[in-house]
Design a protein around this ligand. Sequence first.
Ligand SMILES: [Mn+2]
Length: 321
Amino acid sequence: MRQYPEGIYPLIKELFEDPIAFNDDIKSKLPIAELEKFIQEYMDLLKTQPALVYLGDNFKDTTIVGDIHGDLPTAQRIMTLFFEEKINSLIFLGDYVDRGEASLTVILIVLSLMLYYPERVIALKGNHEDIKVNKKYGFLSELENIYGDDAKVAIELFDILYNFISVAAITPNGSICAHGGVPRPITKIQELEELPKPYLGIMTIEDEEKQKKIFDAFYQIQWNDPRDDLTEHFEPSMRGKETYYFNEHATREFLHNSRMKRFIRAHEARRGAFESLFNGRLLHIFSTGPFYGEIQCICILQETESETIVRDLEWNEVKKA
Ligand SMILES: [Mn+2]
């Protein structure tokens, strides 16, 4: 029997015990009033976390998870490894929803793990934690399917919640963790300390130049991609306005100015499950299919003081990073 924290909501316990059954019956298990209660709990926690989180000693041995995108079996396996204490602490790099079939259950698992184990679990914001993106890629239709007339309420709840999910974290081993990549407008990660929560507050910064800089940094850390064939440090990205590709020089300068060792990110399915770029200065991890890269399995990344290991969902070592 797993031990859960005292006072855990019975419904969250059910979610932890059997997420597949929970998901199969989500319409009746999670009426809108229950969802509202959970989201309020998550918000109360998220409000205590800054946009840039400095992680404590529990994260000296930590496991980093890339995009999950509504992939429930993967979320369940990762949760099991955590409860089996193979995983000591967890950093989720965002993109919990869209594309997959069980977005709501997956984001509830991630946020509930953080809610009940805040010293050992951190969830960061991906570019899909955004209602405008959810409209296009499936989470909104999923909510409409589950909640019918109440879907508007559910959507509004997530819209508010997304405003409070931190965008970057720094591990005790000197890794910057974020969903996308190096943001062009800032020279070091510490500048994100100026990012207000809720993020809507960016729009009330009076100095227009500063407002644009802060917003663009917030946006690009979720959206930018590395490229090894650029002559310039940054070049406009195909992903759209105000998004950039960045090269090894941009990465090295950003890490040097931040006094950090490397950047760990997710965000690009086309790179496959894992890639080490720029002489190990940048690691890419993607924790659901489809795969185009060299490793044909779903992977997570364990970082300890002495080594970094790519592992599969059975906790087997796939390779050293
Ligand atoms: Mn993404």
